[in-house]
Design a protein around this ligand. Structure first.
Ligand SMILES: Cc1cc2nc3c(=O)[nH]c(=O)nc-3n(C[C@H](O)[C@H](O)[C@H](O)COP(=O)(O)O)c2cc1C
Length: 177
């Protein structure tokens, strides 16, 4: 099963990207999680371009279509979803293969509840299948844990591995439907 990981932060030392990299290391044997390289390279959404989307968008859409599920981790900016993540999602609004795609949210900061709620509302509006049992909140912000330490942390690693197991169960059930 292919899963596309999307990080809502463009920071080079993003804690959300570290969380996604730890998830890659903890993924079950039948799941391959691929990190989308950089949503910051996607041009600003413009409906006028829908008839001939820019090449970066076409590649992004292909990766989304080829994935059985998405894994998103993003910080909260000013109580909202980061502009980069919202822009990436806007490119998927009218992209039919996105509809009903299972999506799990990894939240690196339990205090970021506004963006978490906003992201859920956006995904629901876009007809994604939000997998609640695979969506978790872990207190990483200001923990200064490294990717290695996240992947080896006794409780956090189990929470991530369990979330991925749930995502795999839901997404494979959907493939069989
Ligand atoms: C412009 C900006 C706005 C932010 N707004 C919020 C906020 O509203 N709520 C919050 O909990 N954290 C806020 N933060 C803190 C970020 O969520 C925090 O730095 C997070 O770790 C960044 O994630 P990253 O390490 O993946 O880049 C803000 C940070 C920045 C740079």
């Amino acid at each position: 099963m292919n899963v596309l990981a999307i990080c809502g932060s463009l920071r080079s030392v993003s804690i959300n990207r570290m969380l996604l990299h730890a998830a890659i290391r903890l993924s079950p044997p039948d799941m391959e999680i691929v990190m989308f390289p950089d949503i910051g390279k996607l041009p600003s959404y413009n409906p006028d371009l829908e008839h001939c989307v820019p090449v970066q968008v076409a590649k992004f859409r292909t990766q989304v279509a080829d994935s059985q599920a998405l894994l998103i981790a993003s910080p909260e900016y000013a109580h909202g979803v980061t502009g980069s993540l919202k822009n990436a999602l806007d490119w998927l609004v009218s992209f039919e293969p996105f509809a009903n795609k299972p999506v799990a949210l990894l939240n690196a900061s339990p205090r970021a509840r506004h963006s978490d709620a906003a992201l859920r509302e956006i995904l629901k509006t876009m007809s994604a299948e939000l997998v609640e049992s695979a969506s978790i909140s872990v207190r990483l912000l200001s923990s200064s844990l490294t990717e290695d330490e996240i992947a080896n942390h006794p409780e956090i690693s189990i929470a991530i591995a369990s979330a991925l197991f749930e995502l795999q169960a839901i997404a494979s059930h959907r493939i069989l439907r």
